[in-house]
Design a binder for this molecule. Structure first.
Ligand SMILES: NC(=O)c1ccc[n+]([C@@H]2O[C@H](COP(=O)([O-])OP(=O)(O)OC[C@H]3O[C@@H](n4cnc5c(N)ncnc54)[C@H](OP(=O)(O)O)[C@@H]3O)[C@@H](O)[C@H]2O)c1
Length: 238
């Protein structure tokens, strides 16, 4: 049996990843922030004991600790940890405007530090598995080399920090046979902007299928540095 854990599975890409993993016969711990979001409950009805829903706020140390204790009772190991949960924050304001620093710090706390909280708690379970793989859902917005935006401060800075974290964690895991992949999921039609992003060219299902195809069906090079790939397996510049 293969075991996976996905954060931020309330809806959007996280929910689609959970569904695709279940279709691939994984047992999935689906971590949900908002208990009022019932889409993942519908999957539970379909997949029964192959799926457990776990409450998790990655911005909160105590919540991560409670999640870890629960997950310890659910799975013997985690083959695939997908750190998917994230928030966008303001994407309009540029230099010279009134920036909301508390919000920027919150975005960094969720997207970069929150991912580290989860990984640090679950790395022992990942290292007990066969696959020993962590996928950090990053973004092209985390690429410093490719940066053309003037705003999106919280999001871009948090995803760049998330990428650095991927490199640091990869350096820890690789000596023990593990790996980290920083993954850009493409431009996906989700509600991350507060409304359905109809300008996106990908559905969550298409992105999730692509990501799992890259991570599970492709022979990826083993490298000293983590791979920074998109959902098609193409490399992104750091
Ligand atoms: N959509 C795109 O085009 C795109 C492009 C590049 C990268 N990405 C990345 O893809 C991932 C998924 O995003 P998405 O597009 O599917 O957006 P989304 O639908 O907003 O999904 C984000 C998920 O994270 C959850 N979440 C937010 N704060 C959390 C916290 N503190 N603790 C735990 N969970 C939390 C959200 O829960 P609630 O919504 O219930 O609060 C939601 O389930 C993110 O890492 C995002 O940065 C998306």
């Amino acid at each position: 049996m293969m075991y996976a854990l996905v954060t931020g599975s309330d809806h959007g890409l996280g929910l689609a990843l959970v569904k695709e993993l279940l279709e691939r016969n994984f047992f999935v711990a689906a971590c949900r922030l908002n208990t009022k979001e019932t889409l993942v409950d519908a999957l539970k009805e379909l997949y029964g004991n192959k799926l457990e829903i776990v409450d998790l706020d990655i911005s909160d140390y105590h919540s991560v600790k409670v999640m870890k204790d629960r997950v310890d009772t659910l799975v013997p190991h985690i083959d695939l940890l997908i750190n998917n949960a994230a928030i966008l924050g303001d994407i309009e304001k540029v230099l010279g405007e009134e920036l909301d620093y508390d919000e920027i710090l919150h975005v960094i706390n969720v997207n970069a530090v929150g991912t580290l909280r989860v990984t640090n708690a679950l790395a022992p379970l990942v290292l007990k598995s066969g696959l020993k793989t962590i996928v950090n859902i990053s973004s092209e917005a985390g690429s410093i080399q490719d940066c053309a935006r003037e705003g999106w401060f919280g999001y871009c800075m948090s995803k760049a920090a998330n990428n650095m974290q991927s490199a640091l964690v990869h350096n820890n895991l690789r000596k023990k046979g593990g790996r980290v992949i920083a993954m850009h999921p493409g431009h996906v039609a989700t509600f991350m902007r507060g409304h359905l992003d109809t300008t996106a060219q990908l559905s969550p299902t298409e992105s999730a299928k692509g990501i799992l195809n890259v991570v599970l069906d492709t022979v990826l090079p083993t490298e000293e540095r983590p791979l920074y790939l998109n959902y098609l397996g193409e490399r992104l510049p750091w």
